[in-house]
Design a protein. Sequence first.
Length: 575
Amino acid sequence: MKINGSQVVVECLVEQGVDTIFGYPGGAILNIYDELYKNSDRITHVLTAHEQAAAHAADGYARSTGKVGVCMATSGPGATNLVTGIATAYMDSSPVVAITCNVPTPLLGRDSFQEIDITGITMPITKHNFMVHDIKDLAATIREAFFIAKSGRPGPVLIDIPKEVTSPNNLVEFEPLKKPADSKPLIESGKSNMQRVLNAAVPSDGEIQAAADMINASERPVIYAGGGVVISGAEAELLELAEKCSIPVSESLMARSAFPSAHPLCTWMVGMHGTKASNMAMTESDLIIALGSRFSDRVTSDASRFAVNSKILHIDVDPAEINKNITSAASVVGDVKAVLKRLLPLLEKKDRADWTAKVAAWKAEHPASYDKKPSGSINPKFICEHIHEVAGDDAFITTEVGQHQMWTAQYYPFAKPRTFITSGGLGTMGFGTGAAIGIQCANPKARVVHIAGDGSFRMNCNELATIQHYNLPIIIVVVNNGALGNVRMWQHLFYGERYSQTTLDFGPDWKTLASAYGIAGYKADTAEEFARVFDDAFKSGKAAVIDAKVDIDEMVLPMVPGGKAIYEQIMSVGD
């Protein structure tokens, strides 16, 4: 059958199982939006207040489901407004397909109205990108984009389409895909050079046995779990590995929902704001088993002094990560879940009682404690604890970036995978509200609580319009310390208390702003007030914004200062 380019786009999206798109229309992409209007019974379109939120929403959708998230924007500024969201997805290996439309081909390169080279701009921050000049290539390109986005190490893919390719009068013979949605149409036809990147590595039996031998021979092993554990769905295998071999589990920020926080072997987060137990376990181990992790600078700090007496066994689907930041003694390139399934039968059951007791002692020495009395200013640890008490293990928790993000990672007792969604690699202020929208749309029966800082929430509070319009019951807790808290903390510790441009002692009034958007607003100045208003907001089943007052001098501790080793932590004020 012959259909036009816009119809090809819609048919291919349906073919790939897409049920929701986040975006913002404009002149160059109007043909596709007209087709979406005609197919609104097949694909839901969520109109965000800003294109950046559309990208973050697609990202949140993807992270919470494991499916590919989709966002759309028009040419020029519409496309460039997606860039930060695309980069965020790229850094955190999130499968997103971004579709933009450009000016007609004859106008390209002429500084035409709203023309931009979006493929050139996004080349360093996409797994791959395409510009489709011929309608005959459109369907195959869309199919390949989805395959690339979710294969191997996931990541964002951008498709840019000049307007004439989507014209109602530009027809092409379209053949519906007869193979499964994860087929490889262009690769099989020899038109793609992506095969080396996309083919998942299959480790040899010898590599698996060598890894097992290293683990069996170790006396003080520690697991360093990264975001790849969540992406590959390897949580059950991680739990079996830890319990069978009595190995403590430390987590990167991106893995904070990969292992039950309440488990005795969990040492919580590692690195700059990691726990004493995690950082000391990494330092004094004889083997670090790195699973789907990349040894970022926030984990290693001074790399030259990171785990100098430990051997490192690195398991990762991306060969580029092996020996990139830290040299490993051995490595296995492959999907974490698949590798662990083959590895587990070869491992000896051990209790390693002396080692686990030592790690437990570090945990007991520096517990996450605070004054729990419901009076005075609100302690951020209380906020995390009370949200969990009310929302339970099944709620999705999102954050922006800053102190509130670190407090959430440090103190929220995550128990189930994919329930903590935050910007790790890029550290994108403004990520969380859009992500919460995407998560709620993908999981309409779930509860989503967004923990934001007052600085970050200024960057995306316009998305309250989206939340209200689509009746999304997202609870937003603004951890309001009247400052850009993380930066101010560094100014306090390392810049002689010169608080340059970090004090936010001016509006808006968050409760009033929420009301302007038709959303319930609350204020809480004490722990007692916070508990009451959060309970009321959560029980209402509707969207709400809670302005929670936190002391401006509250710090994120422990902390490893820049240039120090991870065992050189500031544990308390005055250290």
